[in-house]
Design a protein around this ligand. Structure first.
Ligand code: FAD
Ligand code: UDP
Length: 377
């Protein structure tokens, strides 16, 4: 008899299994339908010996000391500041839009002191910021909106920015200085030996068994357990009883190139050209030295594995129905990006899972995160 069955071996499932086993002494079985652990953060060495991320680029960043300290039990880190260029009108320019982007795009030589006034003249007044369109127009005006955001968003989501919650594009700041980092967070690091290695260390515990290539429906009646933690799509759990929740999918095209360096930045975004949104060169992220280099192109699609919840009011309303059902289902806990239908980054999923752990285990956060990690190999 297992105390818990955890469905999914991504961040949500692995953190949950690890804490239940090592801080709560519980016996846990993790069931994962893919042939590997790590969820969408899974990375591996490809046939050319290059470390690549199977499901697109995963860059770790957080402001949470708790999350950073917790994961530090399972990995060493490599400092890494992410940078992205956008291909617009035949030029490559920093995104998030910063002073360099403005000067390059408009052929100006503004200083940090002048750029705010310049942007204010471009910006459109908005009483209420409701959609992603409002976010951009109210900060940088229509021209930059059309060139940098509108088409990228239509490609990525199959929706116009006016149909998406403000939170989607609000992920991307606008800067009046030359800071060209993609993220503002305090901790910006990559797991030194990759994500999969980190997950292996989390799950390597005598109280944890991992069953790969197994959908939980195949085993839920065969393997006895007391409680369930579900990290897959919440609508799937309830057999789509209220209708399908829209998730956006991607197809990934991985390539190896016989050159040391393929492109001038870790990621190049293509808002207005090509059916793909961006191209990522992994060696920037991993720091690997190798005579060849691996890249991935992302092609957004409506069908396929669920990757992104789609933040817009009607979807939130539909999700609320599932959330109510989930709350009324005793002995089953829903956590993670798919199970709570939240456009969460990895660190937010870890934080959400740690919070659920404190509830399930009846522990204070400080006790849950006590310094020792017990029983791991
Ligand atoms: P998942 O990683 O999706 O794990 C859920 C697991 O459950 C999956 O492995 C699935 O196979 C399994 N599962 C589902 N249903 C069943 C079932 N019935 N039976 C058995 N197993 C099941 N975040 C960042 O912080 N930085 C980034 O740079 C970043 N880049 C991203 C890029 C892309 C292209 C995508 C798609 C996401 C990115 N993210 C990034 C977000 C990040 O992937 C997620 O926050 C995180 O992986 C979510 O973890 P999770 O455990 O909730 O879900
Ligand atoms: N976005 C855009 N142009 C860009 C980069 C981002 O319009 O060059 C918008 C787009 O809607 C995207 C959102 O901002 O989905 C969030 O971007 P982010 O890079 O955070 O997306 P993710 O890495 O989660 O795919």
């Amino acid at each position: 008899m297992f105390d818990y069955m955890v469905v999914g071996a991504g961040f949500a499932g692995s953190v949950m299994a690890e804490r239940l086993a090592s801080r709560h002494g519980k016996k846990v079985i993790v069931v994962e339908r893919r042939p590997h652990i790590g969820g969408n953060a899974y990375d591996f060495y490809n046939d050319d010996g290059l470390l690549v991320h199977k499901y697109g680029p995963h860059i770790f960043h957080t402001n949470s000391r708790d999350v950073f300290d917790y994961l530090s039990h399972f990995t060493e880190w490599r400092p890494y500041q992410h940078r992205v260029l956008a291909s617009v009108d035949g030029q490559l320019m920093p995104i998030p839009i910063n002073l360099t982007t403005i000067n390059q795009y408009f052929g100006l030589n503004l200083t940090a002191f002048e750029v705010d006034a310049f942007l204010q003249k471009l910006a459109e007044k908005r009483e209420v910021i409701r959609t992603s369109e409002d976010v951009v127009l109210s900060k940088v005006g229509r021209e930059l909106y059309e060139k940098f955001f509108r088409n990228y968003t239509r490609k990525q989501w199959g929706l116009d920015p006016s149909e998406l919650d403000a939170t989607v594009i609000a992920r991307i700041p606008v800067r009046n200085n030359r800071d060209d980092r993609y993220f503002n967070d305090k901790y910006q690091v990559m797991p030194r030996h990759g994500y999969t290695r980190m997950f292996q260390r989390m799950l390597d515990h005598p109280n944890i068994k991992v069953l790969l290539n197994t959908d939980y429906r195949e085993v839920r009646k065969i393997i006895p357990y007391r409680e369930l933690v579900f990290t897959g799509p919440v609508d799937e759990y309830f057999d789509y009883c209220f209708g399908k929740l829209p998730y956006r999918s991607l197809q990934f095209r991985h390539e190896t190139h016989h050159v040391e360096r393929f492109q001038p930045a870790p990621v190049v975004n293509y808002p207005n050209e090509y059916p793909y949104t961006r191209c990522t060169e992994f060696k920037f992220l991993t720091g690997q030295e190798h005579p060849k280099t691996g890249v991935v192109y992302e092609y957004p699609t409506a069908e396929g594995d669920p990757y992104y919840p789609v933040p817009r009011p009607e979807n939130a309303e539909l999700y609320r129905k599932y959330e109510q059902r989930a709350k009324g289902t005793p002995g089953v806990h829903f956590v993670g990006r798919l199970a709570t239908y939240k456009y969460y980054n990895m660190d937010q999923v870890v934080a959400q899972t740690l919070t659920l752990c404190t509830r399930i285990m009846g522990m204070r956060r400080s006790d849950l995160l006590g310094t020792q990690v017990e029983g791991h190999a």
